[in-house]
Design a protein around this ligand. Structure first.
Ligand code: ADP
Length: 403
């Protein structure tokens, strides 16, 4: 029998599961879908069979992750690509926090589960949901390798000078306080894909990756290794995001508590869920913000300016960290689609060798592409991220090595 070539990728959130089934012979999608609002009366499953293009939708209560995954398994079976298929090689799980312990994709066993559990205090929202997904999938196919691919792993190469906060190291170590960084799977994929776009090996180039989605982060990648990133202990640090503030003076928190009378939970929720673009202007979708700016809305224009100012600061900082930059790559929802963001982020940075060509920047859609003029010293690129493909690739490589 030939070796199995399919990988199911699961991204389990607290009330949702996103999934993709890929065939690693050609990295093609066989099925794509999501279950959302798990545990509510109005749960919804949307499943697309990628080969036929048919999309099916179910609504109605799905009680928990176990029921969600069983419903996904049924949908996959209807397409003839069920979880019981001998062609399934492994299940790859996105796990948000791997701390300093997990530097690579890892086949999951009891010891790995215990370590992911021990990291819950630094990832209280994400790791419990990821664990539930792993346990549920393992119960469905106990014989199959389950692989964890960590959002933090790509950043574990950061030097201590970038990873440490300027606080007592003993205190920091006791509470595992350091800069971990997130979106690592995307930064890894996009930095490598950018090197390929330049016709180079990742070990030959220095790249600044700007992952601008609803969550947003920047990274400085030197010769294929991450040397700095903008998110820290949690995804709150760094760029202005859809609903997160990003960087602020920590004293703002004391001030909100002492003078504003807010509780720690209220401040946590304010900075993570009601700040950023949303906090500034009431919208976190860049399309809506651009529409409002076009209509002359000053509040939206200021939110945009603050977003761009922070982005530019990180671009400048990572030039200083890297010394030489070969490319700046834009990715994720905003980075891939919002030409005005790319134009504004680079405007005025010509002395650093950065420029975008208006015509190339305006082109919509498509795969990885350069948007800088051919004469530019630094390439500026749009490189669509593909975290599921990266998780599947890492999972398949690991399982292939073991078998
Ligand atoms: P996440 O995975 O962090 O939820 P995505 O990478 O899918 O986010 O990005 C979502 C964001 O992308 C949306 O909030 C929206 O602001 C932005 N976006 C999507 N399409 C466009 C577009 N055509 N123009 C501008 N922004 C867009």
């Amino acid at each position: 029998m030939t070796s199995p070539t399919r990988v199911l990728v699961l991204n389990s959130g607290s009330s949702s599961v996103k999934y993709q089934l890929l065939d690693m012979r050609d990295s093609s999608r066989l099925a794509v879908g999501l279950v959302e609002r798990i545990g509510e009366q109005t749960s919804r499953l949307e499943h697309t069979c990628a080969t036929s293009g048919e999309t099916r939708e179910q609504t109605g209560p799905i009680a928990d992750h176990d029921a969600a995954l069983k419903a996904v398994a049924e949908e996959l079976s209807r397409d003839g690509v069920g979880l019981d298929s001998p062609e399934l090689a492994a299940i790859g799980h996105r796990v948000v926090h791997g701390g300093m312990f997990f530097t690579e994709p890892t086949v999951i066993d009891e010891a790995v589960l215990t370590e992911i559990e021990r990291l819950i205090p630094v990832a209280p929202l994400h790791n419990p949901a990821n664990l539930t997904g792993i346990r549920t999938a393992t119960a469905l196919r106990p014989d199959l390798p389950q692989v964890a691919v960590f959002d933090t792993a790509f950043h574990t190469t950061m030097p201590e000078s970038a990873a440490r906060y300027a606080i007592d190291p003993k205190l920091a170590d006791r509470h595992r306080i350091r800069r971990y960084g997130f979106h690592g799977t995307s930064h890894a994929y996009v930095s490598r894909r950018t090197a390929r776009l330049l016709g180079k090996d990742p070990s030959e180039v220095n790249v600044i990756v700007l992952h601008l989605g609803n969550g947003a982060s920047a990274s400085a990648v030197a010769k294929g290794r991450c040397v700095d990133t903008s998110m820290g202990l949690t995804p709150l640090e760094g760029l202005v995001m859809g609903t997160r503030s990003g960087d602020l003076d920590p004293a703002v928190i004391f001030h909100l508590a002492r003078v504003g009378g807010m509780s720690m939970d209220e401040i946590d929720s304010l900075l993570n869920k009601r700040s950023g673009l949303f906090g500034l202007c009431g919208d976190n979708d860049m399309r809506e913000i651009r529409r409002r700016i076009d209509e002359g809305d000053d509040e939206a224009a200021l939110a945009f300016d603050i977003y761009i100012h922070r982005l530019k600061k990180y671009i400048g900082a990572y030039f200083a960290v890297l010394g030489r930059v070969d490319a700046v790559a834009f990715t994720a929802g905003v980075g891939e689609n919002a030409a005005p963001v790319r134009e504004a982020a680079v405007a005025g940075l010509e002395p650093l060798g950065l420029a975008v060509d208006g015509g190339l920047n305006a082109v919509r859609g498509g795969g990885p592409r350069l948007i800088s003029p051919p004469s530019a010293r630094v390439a500026v690129a749009v490189v669509p991220t593909d975290e599921e493909l990266e998780i599947a690739t890492q999972t398949y490589e690991l399982v292939g090595k073991k078998s």
